[in-house]
Design a protein around this ligand. Structure first.
Ligand SMILES: C[S@@+](CC[C@H](N)C(=O)[O-])C[C@H]1O[C@@H](n2cnc3c(N)ncnc32)[C@H](O)[C@@H]1O
Length: 229
């Protein structure tokens, strides 16, 4: 549990906003993967790469009501969820009592260094103020095992600067895949694949993006070629 006294106000506001809409969000989105074949394809590739490497469980960070955590489990991964919102975590536990869901923030994960084989952050970095995102990516790098994979889902755009928009739950940002990839590179990740698609008819007008990246085996400064793909 993140202390509401010491945490930055943006975390406090984001948690309160998702606590307030958790049931509606679960109702609207728990089956959404059924109509998103491109996201399912990226999740399947992510799962296969994580399994091939076999270096630890996968954390679905910002898991919401846990439907994507459950999808990762169905793909054969040992997956657990982490979310800022206590209400989201309660709904996830209710929907899938067999899976683990914890309260926590991506800004300071209660996870040991190098403990994870993979991280999914599916539309959960969208509320992080751009100036705070480098620290989040450094935290992801810390908890991933060498060779571990990170899959990000986000609202995409072409502008090189992140664009603020009035997301229905709380203020959010959309990113060009190139700009986001540059921040990931600075945090030590290498690109594996990216997907950018036009909005589905039920989605708001923005393009949707996915970036699949890897923490190199050799670490940030290591000169050895990274041949583990
Ligand atoms: C748009 S929802 C996405 C939920 C789910 N991943 C999905 O794909 O439907 C964003 C989720 O990220 C969570 N979140 C936002 N900021 C977070 C943070 N700093 N740490 C952990 N979770 C966070 C919110 O509470 C919310 O459940």
């Amino acid at each position: 549990m993140v202390s509401a006294v010491t945490e930055p106000s943006v975390l406090h506001e984001t948690r309160a906003a998702y606590d307030a809409v958790a049931s509606l969000y679960a109702e609207l989105f728990s089956n959404v993967l059924e109509i998103l074949p491109l996201e399912r394809a990226m999740l399947a590739a992510f799962a296969e790469l994580v399994q091939a490497h076999d270096s630890g469980p996968v954390a679905d960070i910002g898991c919401g009501p846990g439907h994507v955590t459950a999808h990762l489990h169905a793909l054969g991964l040992t997956a657990f969820g982490i979310d800022l919102s206590a209400e989201m975590v309660a709904l996830a536990r209710q929907a899938r009592p067999d899976l683990r869901f914890d309260e926590g923030s991506m800004t300071a994960l209660d996870v040991a260094d190098g403990a994870l084989g993979g991280i999914l952050a599916h539309y959960s970095i969208i509320h992080t103020p751009p100036r705070q995102l480098p620290a989040v990516f450094t935290e992801f790098q810390r908890v991933l095992a060498p060779g571990g994979h990170l899959l990000l889902g986000f609202f995409a755009g072409d502008d090189p600067l992140p664009q603020e928009f009035d997301h229905k739950v709380t203020l959010a940002y959309r990113w060009s895949p190139d700009s986001l990839m540059e921040l990931l590179r600075q945090a030590g990740f290498v690109e594996v694949a990216r997907m950018q698609r036009e909005p589905h008819e039920n989605e708001r007008q923005f393009q949707q993006g996915q970036l699949l990246v890897r923490k190199p085996q050799s670490g940030l400064l290591g000169p050895a070629p990274d041949a583990d793909q």
